[in-house]
Design a protein around this ligand. Structure first.
Ligand SMILES: *Cc1c(COP(=O)(O)O)cnc(C)c1O
Length: 359
């Protein structure tokens, strides 16, 4: 069976060494030495000033919303994973959907600006498939209207924009280290900010609001992650260079094999800084997409419809139209891409897709 992704397992001897340390210390969670070490190593690797390691990428978005005190309306993208929208609703904000740009697949700044009202407090945008949003235009709009920006950068491990880490953009950036992501800790996530005050606030939010064992600075939640999860991340980090270069090769191999497939591609804003996190293709019709999925499934190949449905169509949000996102969401497919996907497997996927197209 070939799935859209497959978790990378680090060398077991590396992992075992960290686990032995956990057993010796008898310290399994609550800001232990491995969590601290992972935060330090990630800051170095990603070249970011601050980050907080959290238990998942959804809590990361919720903590960011709380820290920035967003309320009322938040302008967001309909083309993302459901957690982007559900976090807003969970935090009692009203998601207002700005349509996306059909080339980058990211939120369209012109549409964002047209939706600002006196109830708007922020923008929550996703760098879709690791492709940076129009961060300059969004910053300009946010500054003009005194809005906060959160970037859901769940797909962006290792992505740079104009040479700088994409996590440095926005008031806060969030990411996910879920097992399906390029770098993972089984479950996990992080928040990033350049602002020391915000960092301190998010540290309280992560730990129930504890100031001391007996006093509380604010309402908090449990956003901590464990030593066991940090151990997965620490033993995976030495492999990350090899993971990234392998994906780049596989991505190029797909491009070669699929050069005769009549599909559109996401336009990369900064190809130099791309992390090759996904391999999406956009069919000309939903029918062709469905026939392609059915053919691949016959051979036990399971690509995923990222992202479907368009989030403005969720049953729990107010009805809003986003024709570009709805159209793309009905036609886009992410093909399998993971560290040990072989060239023979890519050959087969390509052959099946071409067969459907030429039938
Ligand atoms: C994976 C993902 C999330 C959720 O992260 P979890 O760690 O699974 O909670 C949020 N947003 C996007 C865009 C994602 O891809």
């Amino acid at each position: 069976m070939i799935n859209v992704t497959k978790p990378f397992f680090p060398r077991q001897d590396l992992f075992q060494r960290y686990i032995d340390g956990i057993w010796q210390r008898g310290w399994i969670t609550n800001h232990g030495p491995l969590v601290n070490e992972l935060e330090l190593r990630l800051k170095e690797y990603l070249n970011v000033p601050h980050l907080l390691y959290l238990n998942n990428g959804t809590i990361a978005i919720q903590i960011a919303i709380k820290a920035l005190e967003l309320h009322g309306e938040v302008i967001t993208t309909p083309f993302s994973y459901v957690a982007t929208t559900s976090s807003l609703v969970w935090e009692n904000c009203t998601p207002v959907f700005a349509d996306i740009d059909p080339d980058s697949l990211n939120i369209d700044p012109v549409s964002v600006e047209s939706l600002i009202t006196d109830r708007t407090t922020g923008i929550l945008a996703t760098h879709v498939f690791g492709n940076p949003c129009d961060v300059e235009a969004l910053k300009k709009i946010a500054d003009q209207h005194k809005l906060k920006i959160i970037y859901d950068a769940a797909h962006c491990f290792g992505t740079t924009y104009k040479g700088a880490p994409i996590f440095n953009y926005g008031d806060i950036s969030t990411t996910s280290f879920h097992a399906t992501k390029l770098f993972h800790t089984a479950e996990g996530g992080a928040v990033f900010t350049q602002n020391a005050e915000l960092l301190k606030k998010m540290a309280y939010l992560r730990n129930f609001g504890h100031e001391t064992p007996t006093s509380f600075a604010m309402v908090g939640i449990n956003g901590k992650n464990s030593e066991l999860h940090a151990a997965v991340g620490l033993s995976l980090l030495p492999h990350i260079g090899e993971i990234l270069s392998k994906r780049k090769e596989q991505y190029k191999y797909y491009n070669d094999k699929l050069c005769n497939l009549q599909v559109e591609r996401q336009k990369l804003v900064d190809p130099e800084g791309y992390n090759y996190s996904y391999y999406p293709i956009l069919f000309s019709s939903e029918g062709l997409l469905e026939r392609s999925i059915a053919e691949l499934n016959k051979y036990n190949i399971f690509p995923r419809r990222y992202f479907y449905p368009s989030l403005n169509r969720l049953g729990y949000v107010e009805r809003q139209d986003c024709p570009v996102s709805e159209s793309i969401s009905s036609r886009i497919l992410c093909l399998p891409l993971f560290h040990d996907l072989s060239e023979e497997e890519i050959d087969m996927i390509a052959r099946l897709l071409l067969r459907v197209q030429n039938n």
